[in-house]
Design a protein around this ligand. Structure first.
Ligand code: NAD
Length: 395
């Protein structure tokens, strides 16, 4: 099959297996060029196929020599449709990890369900015994509650008042105004149910009950805060409310795993182009300006660089771990005063049309395409490739 990108809304409905493999290999190469990490040895990554979860899995494997079990929700190729990017990423990751002698297996299914949790626990018991790190990196549009059966849909909306801001219209390449109406109480509750900490806590509870958490095990989940310009849509909006819940949950989990000397953390990561962030209004414009400023200052990082720094110089460097507080700020470069001052100045200018945003938009598009395996110079996109790439160890 000759595969070209096809768009619907803010997602790409096709993915390229060779391009995704290329992207995974680039991430592996980066980690292999860094110093080894005295880090985790047996790792469960929930949300392991794209973005921050995939990068965490790659760093754990190639940086710390860990065996990994990945859980995700992806589609294999079928009826002439390509697989999803996360499927191809995982196929490539598992091949590379296995060839390098590392254990890597995956479970494809709904992480919110108890069946997937039970299956994961059974596999850990059988093959790994226990895990010493659990990464929770789910970004999902909906969740069916495992006990009540209620279906929750998350929304990205402000809370209280409507919010009007500049945003980029990806079709016309123009800066336009967007007004977002405030969320209802039900929408806030639903977003917290999907993106808050309830499911993370359930995972940790069941893993502990089953005795598959190693003594001293660590768990980490990811959050975002960002600058004042995105507060109404992020920090003070529905997703921010869910992230507050996630952080509150980390404190509960800390108490629950104290007896095995376990620790729970939330890392506040940098804003990056991923499938999840592309769906948030206003944020792509901020991301474009941020990349311009951080790039100029030599401070820009992608997912793999962020996750390497998180594991190498924070999570597994106990001297740098925050005392008592279980919040790790790996968004420190993004939030530097000088970076934010320049981004704000650009934001004002973009609002009155003084700067040319087209080069930034092109760069953003390139990054976005790459999430689906498109746009790599070394990949021949005219080549007929097999779309039905298997993930050998999939359960
Ligand atoms: P992503 O879309 O790249 O990855 C989401 C992962 O969740 C994928 O592996 C996907 O398969 C999995 N998933 C989704 N629904 C699932 C389900 N029902 N069952 C099993 N797996 C499921 O997202 P990302 O941007 O890497 O986000 C991961 C976390 O990092 C989120 O908590 C997000 O809020 C946080 N974060 C993201 C950014 C950013 O800018 N992208 C910044 C800071 C924090």
């Amino acid at each position: 099959m000759i595969i070209k990108p096809k768009f619907r809304g803010f997602i790409c409905t096709t993915s390229h297996p060779v391009g995704c493999a290329h992207s995974v290999q680039e991430q592996i190469n980066y980690v292999k060029q860094q110093k080894p990490i005295q880090g985790p040895k047996k790792v469960l990554v929930i949300g392991a196929s794209t973005g921050y979860g995939l990068a965490s899995r790659i760093v754990a494997t190639f940086g710390s020599g860990a065996s990994t079990l990945g859980v995700f929700l992806e589609k294999p190729a079928s009826n002439g449709n390509t697989a999803t990017a996360g499927w191809y990423n995982t196929a490539a990751f598992e091949t590379a990890a296995t060839e390098a002698g590392y254990y890597a297996k995956s479970i494809n299914g709904d992480a919110f369900s108890d069946q997937v949790k039970e299956k994961t626990i059974a596999l850990i018991k059988e093959e790994l015994g226990q895990v010493d790190l659990v990464v929770y990196s789910i970004a999902a549009p909906r969740r069916t509650h495992p006990v009540s059966g209620e279906m929750f849909t998350s929304v990205i909306k402000p809370i209280g008042d409507s919010f009007t801001s500049k945003t980029v219209d990806m079709n016309s390449n123009e800066i336009v105004d967007v007004t977002l109406e405030p969320a209802s109480e039900q929408e806030i509750r639903s977003t917290v149910a999907v993106m808050g900490g309830e499911d993370w806590e359930r995972w940790m509870h069941l893993l502990k009950e089953a005795g598959v958490l190693a003594p001293g095990a660590t768990t980490i989940s990811y959050s975002y805060i960002g600058p004042k310009i995105t507060y109404p849509i992020y920090k003070e909006g529905t997703i921010g409310r869910a992230k507050d819940h996630l952080y509150a949950t980390s404190k509960e989990i800390n108490k629950q795993i104290q007896d095995i000397n376990g620790k729970a953390f939330v890392a506040v990561n940098k804003a990056l182009v991923t499938q999840a962030s592309a769906a948030i209004p206003v944020v792509p414009l901020y991301l474009m300006l941020l990349a311009r400023v951080m790039g100029k200052k030599g401070l820009d990082e992608n997912c793999i660089e962020q996750m390497y720094r998180l594991l190498a110089s924070r999570l597994y460097d106990t001297e740098k771990l925050p005392n008592g507080e279980h919040l790790i700020r790996i968004d420190d470069y993004e939030m530097q005063d000088d970076v934010q001052a320049e981004v704000s100045a650009l934001w004002e200018k973009v609002c009155i049309g003084e700067i040319d945003i087209i080069p930034d938009l092109e760069k953003y598009r390139e990054e976005f395409f790459k999430l689906f395996g498109f746009g790599f110079d070394d990949v021949d996109y005219e080549e007929d490739v097999r779309e039905d790439v298997p993930i050998v160890s999939i359960k």
